[in-house]
Ligand binder design. Structure first.
Ligand SMILES: Nc1ncnc2c1ncn2[C@@H]1O[C@H](COP(=O)(O)OP(=O)(O)O)[C@@H](O)[C@H]1O
Ligand SMILES: N[C@@H](CCC(=O)OP(=O)(O)O)C(=O)O
Length: 362
């Protein structure tokens, strides 16, 4: 899985850099011929739209950006299609929004299409469906989108190609002494603090969203590499050499429902559990019982995804809630009463069943 940022595909945001896209296509085809399955997450629709209309980046409204994306996306995918056709490789466009990943049936449909494209020898070209996606249904950036699709596609590697050689100890645009970090095994607050936003007017999210993406993907067993998209033979070199910043993957759940929980829905609330519950969830694969919950923050409905934290605030995992947050509140303040007495019915002793829970440690 290769994610190409606007910074890689354009000349400083001023239209598509076709010469460089030809070079990237050559590398992808070479890898595909060697037996690898290639999926591209391609940014650049808004920049391509600006190029077509002769505009430069400015204070655009949401509707103007969506209009630019609608115009630019067809130009972008046409360019990819033309370049891959030089090698007789077909491409298939997939435009996704968060709703396609949140809903399990839509997630599985997207997965089937992706797998069918790969089986056909085509290269899927994925982008967010910017023309229709508003804040409520957007993933919001292609770093996070690529991580979710990497989980969906069972990818073993995710290359986040950008305009910097990797993650630095500070934004190298503003701090010339910043140093490249070659390998990360644990994403804690100190790593998150290194990452600034985008240093350009055309990128989205900067390193912060790349770290979020790395955190999601490596829990699903995907090795993540952030590297410079303009380097010579960058794609194959990322696979064979120590290039950029590598986030080492963790052992992944095999169960497709648990993988969807990692890739799909966004967590609605935070549940804080006591030490006994944290240990049972982490070490014994147990369900989360209501008695183990110390407190919670946020509102959620039955069926929503919630994230579980231990007493130190470290992530334990995420899972699907069996009670509404208001019901949970009632149960927590009346521990001496039975569930039937408090709610008028009893949905069981657990907030999250172990089949609906996936371990997720930062
Ligand atoms: N710690 C950091 N290390 C490297 N780059 C950083 C860091 N913090 C912020 N950045 C910024 O992130 C930018 C890359 O992200 P972004 O602009 O979103 O690019 P892309 O379009 O490739 O996604 C860099 O140009 C850089 O200015
Ligand atoms: N979907 C948008 C790009 C969003 C995005 O994350 O951009 P980038 O940070 O350049 O990868 C587009 O095609 O213009």
């Amino acid at each position: 899985m290769i994610k190409l940022g606007t910074s890689v595909l354009t000349n400083n945001g001023q239209g598509l850099d076709r010469a460089h896209m030809v070079e990237l296509v050559r590398q992808c085809v070479q890898l595909q011929k060697a037996g690898n399955r290639i999926v591209l997450v391609s940014s650049g629709a808004v920049a391509a739209g600006r190029e077509l209309l002769g505009r430069s980046a400015g204070n655009e409204t949401l509707a103007q950006k969506q209009m630019l994306a609608a115009i630019g996306q067809s130009q972008l995918v046409h360019t990819w299609q033309t370049l891959f056709a030089l090698y007789n490789v077909p491409v298939g466009q997939l435009l996704l929004t968060r709703a396609d990943l949140d809903d399990r049936e839509r997630y599985l449909n997207a997965r089937d299409t992706l797998m069918a494209l790969l089986k056909e020898g085509a290269v899927p070209i994925i982008n967010e469906n910017d023309a229709v996606a508003t804040a409520q249904i957007k993933v919001g950036d292609n770093d996070n989108l690529s991580a979710r699709v990497a989980v969906l596609a069972d990818a073993d590697k995710l290359l986040l190609l950008t305009d910097q050689p990797g993650l630095f100890s500070a934004d190298p645009r503003t701090n010339p002494d910043a140093e490249l970090i070659p390998e990360i095994r644990h994403i804690d607050d100190s790593i998150k603090a290194l990452a600034g936003g985008s240093g350009t007017a055309v990128g989205t999210g900067g390193m912060a969203t790349k770290i979020e993406a790395a955190s999601i993907a490596r829990h699903a067993g995907v090795d993540v590499i952030i590297s410079a998209g303009h380097g010579e033979d960058v794609i194959s070199n990322c696979l064979t050499q120590q290039l950029g910043t590598r986030f080492v993957s963790l052992t992944a759940p095999k169960d497709t429902r648990k993988r969807w929980l990692l890739a799909g829905p966004i967590s609605k609330a935070a549940i804080y559990v006591d030490d006994g519950a944290a240990k049972a969830l982490r070490q014994q694969g147990a369900s989360l019982l209501i008695v183990g919950i110390a407190r919670f923050a946020g509102e959620f409905s039955r069926g929503d995804l919630v994230q579980v934290f231990d007493s130190q605030g470290c992530s334990v995992g995420k899972g699907v809630a069996r009670y509404h947050s208001e019901e949970l509140q009632q149960l927590l303040v009346n521990p001496e009463l039975s569930k039937a007495q408090v709610l008028g019915y009893d949905n069981g002793a657990m907030l999250i069943h172990r089949d609906d829970f996936v371990s997720f440690r930062d």
